[in-house]
Structure formats: structure tokens, C-alpha cells
Design a protein around this ligand. Structure first.
Ligand code: NI
Ligand code: MN
Length: 226
């Protein structure tokens, strides 16, 4: 079976039945919640929802060391290639692609998306991903406000990873409304408790969701069998 591993903040890795390793939003060495150091992470595919450091900071070194393929928006891929990344797959909001492990579609997100290099800063468009692995449909929302576009995912997601931290993204109340729109079977809250500005109570969020979905509150280092 496929396994989802929570590294803290918005960083997760999914290992498919055949052992393919997919890392989403790699943020290890600067992440106070991370369960491991970047140097110990292995990956075949690295997905980035947007350019902010708490989602993208470790993407370039991870891809360079492991030879994994970076998948993100065209602009972020272009940025990474300008920094020496050679294995990358550009896509964009609304588009899907059949990767060897399954189909992935990029979804809209309402947020910022600056990428920063030693030679300047660029604004990029943020997104999320619906990743199909071994018959499971996993939605990683990235950083986003509650948006009406989430209605388009209704009935098309099994496991939804939703930010609940508030301040920079949806808070718990908006995440409950997102659950009402999407109707996933399982919800995993992300992007909370990493710093004081996004402190939230995962158990209280689970109570708010109630019978709408199963809420799997994960601690950094936890595994969840998909
Ligand atoms: Ni962000
Ligand atoms: Mn973030």
C-alpha cells in the first residue's frame, strides 16, 4: 500500500506501492517542525506548490543531490533551471500530466508565491496538486485562502491536505468550509504549529469537521497508510 509520511509544516512524502518516493514542498533544514535533515531525504519526484521558502527552500539542493525531477509551475521550474537544476517538469494551473506513477493535476490557490535568489526576487503564481497514486486521490492544497474553485474538486479527492494555520492561509473555520465543498473521505491538517503566528489546535479542528470527514491529525514523523 502507499504511505504518506508527514515531515511537519506542509512537507509530506508519499511512497507508492512500487517504492517511488514523492516529496511535496520540501522544507527541512529551516523547519522547526521537521523530523529529519535534508541530507537524509531521498526522492524520485519533488513537487512544489509555490515559491515561498517554507515550501521551496530545499527543493533545489534536494533535486540536485538525488537526481529527482522537480515538478512545479513553469516559472518556478525556469527559476530552478537558472540555478543549475537539470531534471524538471514544468506544468501549470489547471493542467494535468500522466507521470509514471500516476496522474497529477495542478489546482488554483489564492496566495503569494515569491521566489528568491541571490540575484533578485520574482513573483510566481501559487497552486496545489491532486496526485493520483495507487488508486488514491491526494489533494495538497498548498497555501491558499478558501476559494470557490474548491467546489470543482467535489467528489474527486480521497485525502485532502488543507492548511489550517490562519494568518497566512485558511484558518480552521475556512478549512471546515473547504471540507464541505470538497467532501473528501480523509482530511489531514497542515501548515500549523510551526511558528507562534500559525498556532492551532488540531484536535479542536477535528471536532469542528465532525462527521463530515475523518480527520487524521499527524505529528511530524507520523506515517498514514493510504
Ligand atoms: Ni506561502
Ligand atoms: Mn507557507
Amino acid at each position: 500500500m502507499a504511505t504518506l509520511h508527514y515531515h511537519g509544516h506542509s512537507t509530506v512524502s508519499i511512497t507508492t506501492q512500487d517504492g517511488t518516493r514523492i516529496v511535496v514542498d520540501p522544507f527541512f533544514n529551516g523547519n522547526p517542525a521537521a523530523d529529519m535533515k535534508l541530507e537524509a531525504v531521498e526522492a524520485d519526484w519533488v513537487f512544489c506548490t509555490h515559491g515561498h521558502g517554507d515550501h521551496f527552500a530545499d527543493a533545489i539542493p534536494l533535486v540536485k543531490r538525488t537526481g529527482a525531477t522537480l515538478v512545479s509551475t513553469f516559472e518556478i521550474v525556469q527559476f530552478a533551471m537558472s540555478k543549475g537544476v537539470e531534471t524538471a517538469h514544468p506544468m501549470h494551473i489547471g493542467g494535468g500530466f500522466d507521470f509514471p506513477f500516476g496522474r497529477v493535476q495542478m489546482t488554483p490557490a489564492l496566495h503569494g508565491g515569491q521566489v528568491e535568489g541571490d540575484d533578485g526576487r520574482w513573483t510566481t503564481v501559487p497552486g496545489g496538486f491532486v496526485i493520483h497514486v495507487d488508486g488514491h486521490r491526494v489533494y495538497h492544497a498548498g497555501d491558499t485562502a478558501l476559494i470557490m474553485d474548491m467546489q470543482l474538486l467535489k467528489g474527486r479527492v480521497d485525502v485532502a491536505l488543507l492548511p489550517i494555520g490562519d494568518n497566512f492561509t485558511m484558518g480552521p473555520d475556512e478549512a471546515v468550509r473547504a471540507v464541505e465543498m470538497i467532501e473528501p473521505k480523509v482530511v489531514i491538517p497542515i501548515h500549523f504549529n510551526t511558528w507562534p503566528l500559525i498556532e492551532q489546535d488540531g484536535a479542536a479542528f477535528a471536532r469542528k469537521v465532525g462527521a463530515r470527514a475523518h480527520v487524521q491529525v499527524m505529528s511530524s514523523g507520523d506515517d498514514y497508510a493510504l
